[in-house]
Design a protein. Structure first.
Lengths: 183, 183
């Protein structure tokens, strides 16, 4: 599902103009979308936080979760604007209390993510925000973690979605997906 | 130097009650201050962002920098509230464009941090925000990085400062240091 907030195409083009293409990063043949230039631009950064917040309101989350490390940049700002708590989803060994964990395959090797078991009460609605939806492996793992602790995924929001990787097809059916910028 | 914003002691005690002590993490004998329980609490989290923002206003920063990973949680929220841009200071190999880097010693081994060379224009004021000031090694490295790209450190702000580690003595003289909670 695609959720409701529509972003004007002129605004999307303007945001895209703030993103820097880095050829051959992290390896040859890949054009990396460098979002740091957008975050550095106060008007673009503010627009993105407002758009994510506006969309989040409609999903009525109890918490916003962010995925380490770049998801930490946007998710807490939205949580603060909504006046709700923030949940970090982290790499292994970083969260000090009892965790649920999940491992998932990457193109080469695998990754593990963890969440504190008491990060949200049973049945609470958690909106997951990350900077980029690529193949969807990380996003899917984050959804599973939220469900493992007994909470509900209120939706997933991204600054950028790489449509040509079809990552949203790897996310659980019925989850509301919102991306500001599509490539 | 200690900067001006004063936090009421009752509020500090209330914030401390939201922080969870984890004995023997990451290793035996260390009591880890788990801030995730504070971030999870919407009132405490909001209070912290407001306090950091209030203090930041007096320092007149052009940008807010955050240090990967936990500094990413608070710094961008403050940048958004002030309507200014965000600068990520990251672990090696994560920033895709040309970087300045710095290595510094830890108790065991060493760490490296990087910043994009064009993250701030020459002479611009950068406020560095991190979650915790411990021995000051990371914070000092972040100051040096900001100066390496020709910008000025407008100050450093922390959610928690571990006074017994005297980390502020390792920061450049004259830098305004603000910590909400002291242990």
């Amino acid at each position: 599902m695609t959720s409701g907030t529509m972003i004007n195409q002129n605004k999307v083009d303007w945001l895209k103009s703030k993103i820097r293409d880095i050829p051959d990063f992290p390896k040859k043949g890949i054009v990396f979308k460098d979002l740091t230039t957008l975050l550095n631009d106060h008007e673009a950064f503010n627009f993105v936080v407002e758009a994510l917040t506006e969309n989040a309101r409609g999903l009525k989350p109890d918490y916003i979760a962010g995925i380490e490390a770049r998801g930490f940049i946007l998710a807490p700002a939205v949580a603060h604007k909504l006046g709700i708590g923030f949940i970090p989803i982290r790499k292994p060994g970083k969260l000090p209390h009892t965790v649920e964990k999940i491992s998932y395959d990457l193109e080469y090797g695998s990754n593990t993510l963890e969440i504190h078991v008491d990060a949200a009460e049973k049945g609470k609605r958690v909106l997951i925000i990350d900077d980029l939806l690529a193949t969807g492996g990380t996003a899917h793992a984050a959804c599973q973690l939220v469900e493992k602790i007994g909470a509900k995924v209120a939706g997933m929001s991204f600054l950028v979605e790489l449509d040509f990787l079809s990552g949203r097809n790897n996310l659980p059916k019925g989850v509301e997906i919102f991306s500001i910028i599509h490539y």
